[in-house]
Design a binder for this molecule. Structure first.
Ligand code: URP
Ligand code: ZN
Ligand code: ZN
Length: 460
């Protein structure tokens, strides 16, 4: 099987030029103007843009959480991702406290193996670090290609680890060549505020937001950055939302420390005023919560300053009925929102189209940096001879509206209902196969492969 894409405007993290791209099998074979090759399929991309397939390094598919499961399976979630130009996701395995890491890996494999349309990998969330889990870290890196280890500084009693465990894990991961990532919020402080609001009968979604003030994230981010500096481990903060937290990272650069930062599309585009709606505000109950307009400005600036390297989604969808488990108590609303399908188009429309970020920055934060940071570059995240042919053919003039009535995610509401978007992922190619063509699915469930990752990158 071979594909020739003619007359594309090719955008990468560094370049922007007109060319043809020739794909043979799973890989890009040639790039150049007026390529003299024959292919089994030719796609005319005149007027279109071609950029690398998106990599979303923060999604939760079919995940047991807060007494239920996130509503997208590996099939529906990776298919929705492909519709939206994301060809690969990195999902999270959650260790059960008291059980081995491998026990969780087997459970996650049971749900994901053979079910994905798009490519995928896993981070391992270590929720109980002890002498036996220590031994598994090296095995996961060397044998399984799982090279990033997620920690939670919140969700006490389920996922949170203490600072002693954090330091132990960091030392082991550093030794083995991996990376530690973190959900950085102060769990004890948040639990105290939740208890206070509940005792006062303050139970609407607004109090989810008011239980996680900016200081809870800034403090934990600073603490994590300090521990990473002490241990020397490559470190990555997931879903960073606010000025106070980013300033902790900025501060660390003064002592020449490098900490990678991910924000998510919702923190760039949505703000906390949505929590005033009751019960509708439950749609946006996530942790950390949406913040203020000034935080959005900080995050856009952070992207352009190179302090924020990745835009992900933290896709963790729940049906409205599941959200309504917390109709009388915000602390019981399953945390998370659906976005896996919309990240690429929203960031183009709101970011590039509106002049907030350049087209090259767009590719950098949606594909190239995730590939570099998480040990997949240059196989993934770029358009280069020899790289996987994971490509999006994007129509920058196509305007459309986001809605639950036309999205592909398994969730009965849209967090972006009615948003007008300029630009559409028209054709999506994954490892040399057209996966989506003008809304039509061309690959089968199971086409998506598990990607074994190399040691996590220390620089981008
Ligand atoms: O609200 C969120 N973010 N749900 C998913 C779990 C997490 O903290 O990332
Ligand atoms: Zn989190
Ligand atoms: Zn998450």
């Amino acid at each position: 099987m071979s594909i020739l894409i003619r007359n594309a405007r090719v955008i990468t993290a560094s370049d922007d030029y007109q060319a043809d791209i020739y794909i043979e099998g799973e890989r890009i074979q040639a790039i150049g103007k007026g390529l003299n090759v024959r292919a089994s399929q030719t796609i005319d991309a005149t007027g279109k843009i071609v950029f690398p397939g998106g990599i979303d390094p923060h999604v939760h598919l079919d995940m047991p959480f807060m007494g239920t499961f996130s509503s997208d399976s590996y099939a529906t979630g990776t298919l929705a991702a492909l519709h939206g130009g994301t060809t690969m996701v990195i999902d999270f395995i959650l260790q059960t406290q008291g059980k081995p890491l491998y026990h969780a890996l087997e459970a996650w494999r049971g749900r994901s193996d053979g079910n994905c349309y798009g490519d995928y990998s896993f981070h391992m969330a270590v929720t109980d670090f002890n002498e036996s889990t220590r031994k598994e870290v090296g095995q996961l890196i060397e044998k399984e290609g799982i090279t990033s280890f997620k920690t939670f500084m919140a969700y006490k009693g389920a996922l949170m680890i203490d600072d002693g465990q954090m330091v132990g894990l960091m030392q082991e991961v550093r030794e083995r060549g991996g990376m530690v990532t973190v959900h950085a919020t102060n769990g004890d402080m948040i639990d105290g505020l939740i208890a206070k609001h509940r005792a006062e009968g303050k139970l609407s979604p607004l109090y989810h937001y008011l239980s996680q003030p900016e200081v809870t994230e800034a403090e934990a981010s600073g603490r994590f950055v300090d521990l990473a500096h002490y241990t020397g481990v490559p470190a990555y903060i997931v879903h960073l939302t606010c000025e106070g937290a980013l300033n902790q990272v900025r501060e660390a650069t003064y002592r020449n420390q490098k900490v990678f930062v991910e924000t998510c599309i919702q923190y760039l585009l949505l703000d906390a005023s949505l929590y005033e709606k009751n019960p509708e505000g439950a749609k946006w109950v996530m942790s950390p919560p949406l913040r203020q307009k000034k935080d959005q400005e900080t995050l856009w600036a952070g992207l352009n300053q190179g302090l924020v390297q990745v835009v992900a989604t933290d896709h963790c969808p729940f049906q409205w009925e599941q959200k309504m488990m917390g109709k009388d108590d915000f602390s019981k609303i399953p945390n998370g929102h659906p976005a896996i399908e919309h990240r690429m188009e929203l960031l183009w429309s709101e970011g590039v189209q509106k002049g907030r970020i350049s087209p090259n920055k767009y590719v950098e934060v949606t594909a190239t940096n995730p590939a570099k940071i998480f040990g997949m570059y240059p196989r993934k995240g770029c358009i280069a001879v020899g790289s996987d042919a994971d490509l999006v053919i994007f129509d920058p003039l196509h305007q459309h509206k986001l809605s639950a009535s036309n999205h592909h995610m398994n969730v009965d509401y849209s967090a972006y209902e009615g948003w007008e978007v300029q630009g559409k992922c028209e054709t999506v190619i994954l490892r040399g196969e057209v996966a989506i063509d003008k809304g039509e699915v061309k690959v089968k469930k199971g086409y998506g492969q598990f990607v074994r990752r190399g040691k996590a990158g220390k620089v981008v």
